[in-house]
Design a protein around this ligand. Structure first.
Ligand code: SF4
Length: 227
């Protein structure tokens, strides 16, 4: 019998971030995250004020078939924190269809499954495991304040040498001059592997065109949320 995974949403869109920006992708957003970032933009996957009444538990065979039928070039398994789940059967099912499989993770949990691309976005609330830092295909640093980048360089910069490091303004700070300036200055001063990034799909509202997607539930670092 096919294993089931708790799915918050799954939809066909395009990758709005990183090295695969602009490519047709099928997203499987799994439920659950114990990391609890104060500005999480996927709070519907874990925050008590936003989680839906019912969470679908779907067979991995059904997810793989939907991804294949979408016609997308590759699949992105995201969350929540997808690595809290054993993804071995899901990645095997997707490979039957010849679909490349990517994961977006905080890196704080052992990754179970066979992935072609690992986007590691480190979080202070649950630091990445050394084994995940070593196998990241790209890093995505969320820039919350003007000193965010330097703090991450000091903490895990030794792993950045030959791996692209995307610098993304935290979405509620996307027009914050100090945050944006810190990204620009880092790219100008340091050059590779640092690259200025943005969540382009949010500008397009691309994900919402698929009826199986859910509206984003961003916390935006609002202390009144209790996080
Ligand atoms: S941003 Fe990612 S790691 Fe942080 S709480 Fe949200 S889903 Fe979890």
């Amino acid at each position: 019998m096919s294993e089931r995974l708790p799915v918050h949403e799954r939809f066909h869109s395009w990758q709005g971030e990183g090295m695969h920006l602009g490519r047709s992708a099928y997203f499987i957003r799994l439920f659950g995250c114990p990391v609890h970032c104060p500005w999480c933009d996927s709070a519907g996957t874990w925050h008590p004020d936003y989680i839906p009444e019912n969470v679908e538990k779907l067979p991995v065979a059904e997810l793989a078939l939907a991804a294949q039928e979408s016609g997308a070039e590759f699949v992105v398994v995201t969350g929540g924190e997808p690595a809290i789940h054993d993804l071995g059967e899901l990645t095997r099912a997707l490979r039957v269809f010849g679909l490349p499989v990517h994961i977006e993770t905080s890196g704080g949990f052992a990754i179970r499954g066979d992935f072609d691309w690992i986007t590691l976005s480190p979080k202070w609330q649950k630091l990445p495991l050394a084994e995940n830092l070593a196998k990241a295909s790209e890093f995505k640093l969320i820039v919350e304040t003007a000193d965010s980048i330097e703090k991450w360089i000091q903490k895990i910069g030794v792993h950045f040498e030959n791996t692209p490091v995307w610098l993304h303004p935290e979405w509620s700070k996307r027009a914050d001059a100090q945050v944006l300036r810190s990204i620009t200055q880092t790219v100008k001063r340091r050059g590779a592997p640092f690259r200025a990034g943005y969540q382009m799909h949010k500008l397009y509202q691309a994900d919402l065109l698929d009826p199986n997607s859910r509206p984003a539930a961003p916390l935006g670092g609002d202390p009144s949320q209790g996080y």
